[in-house]
Design a protein around this ligand. Structure first.
Ligand SMILES: Nc1ncnc2c1ncn2[C@@H]1O[C@H](COP(=O)(O)OP(=O)(O)OP(=O)(O)O)[C@@H](O)[C@H]1O
Ligand SMILES: [Mg+2]
Length: 254
């Protein structure tokens, strides 16, 4: 694989979901490509297909049509066994509700994925300690999730997601359940991940404040990409478009 191979390519992705007789076109042909180290967001109204898209990228679900390539490798035709391996080695997930194992300590939670990896590490416990220390939790190694704040739990979840050094870190509203202070701490942790490890980060978010902190934002509406680019430029374009619309108002009236 060359250095210039995109870490992720999404090609004309379609997903139809069914509930009884009702069919929903959750994704209607989504395409984009993501370079190594990008810090990217997916935004859009509720029901626009964001979680569906993230699930397909992460190999949690298979598309009706289209392809997902990770490091140039098509994951859409893989067996469940191959997918499990890709999920464990190439992809880290962070969810809104942390999903930590309640009976394990922070350190044990982070060490766990390393014990399932094909490429076994010499010392998962030591690496778990290093990762937690990186996220400011060096003094919380032996706490269980219930003994940690929401922001601390989410940092443990990020450390766990990074345990096997994935190429892609995927977050479905990772700050959706946090107050603004904890949310800022988690965003700072994610920025550090990108800077120190060069991991590509893709976040689904409802927050315009968070979207504005990202390099690139893809906007989905009704299962389709309606814009893709630098969020600051997009805000500017929306502003100019609004201004043009206002300038045009008299002629529309006339
Ligand atoms: N398991 C499912 N079975 C049937 N339809 C589903 C299923 N999951 C999602 N959908 C439908 O697919 C569409 C996209 O859902 P999705 O969860 O991807 O939206 P979303 O953008 O993540 O929304 P939100 O911002 O509310 O989380 C919606 O119309 C939803 O009703
Ligand atoms: Mg969702």
């Amino acid at each position: 694989m060359s250095q210039s191979t995109p870490v992720l390519q999404v090609i004309d992705l379609k997903k139809e979901l069914r509930v009884g007789e009702v069919r929903v076109q959750a994704l209607r042909g989504v395409s984009f490509s993501v370079a190594r180290g990008e810090f990217m967001g997916v935004i859009g109204p509720s029901g626009s297909g964001k979680s569906t898209l993230l699930g397909l990228i992460g190999g949690l679900d298979t598309p009706t049509e289209g392809r997902v390539l990770i490091d140039g490798v098509d994951i859409t035709c893989m067996s469940e066994r191959q997918l499990t391996r890709i999920r464990n080695e190439k992809i880290g997930f962070v969810f809104q509700f942390f999903n930590l194992i309640p009976t394990l300590t922070a350190q044990e939670n982070v060490a766990l994925p390393m014990q399932f990896a094909l490429r076994r590490r010499a010392n998962p416990t030591q690496r778990a300690k290093e990762l937690l220390t990186l996220f400011g939790l060096g003094d919380r190694l032996h706490h269980r999730p219930s003994q940690l704040s929401g922001g601390q739990q989410q940092r443990v979840a990020i450390a766990r997601a990074l345990a096997n050094e994935p190429a892609l870190l995927l977050g479905d509203e990772p700050t959706g359940n946090l107050d603004s202070e904890s949310s800022a701490v988690v965003m700072q942790a994610l920025r550090e991940v990108r800077e120190r490890m060069g991991t590509t980060v893709i976040l689904v978010t409802h927050s315009m404040d968070i979207a504005a902190q990202l390099d690139r934002v893809v906007t989905l509406v009704d299962g389709q990409v309606v814009s893709d680019g630098d969020p600051r430029l997009q805000a500017e374009q929306a502003f100019l478009k609004g201004k043009r619309a206002t300038q045009n108002l008299p002629s529309i009236r006339g």
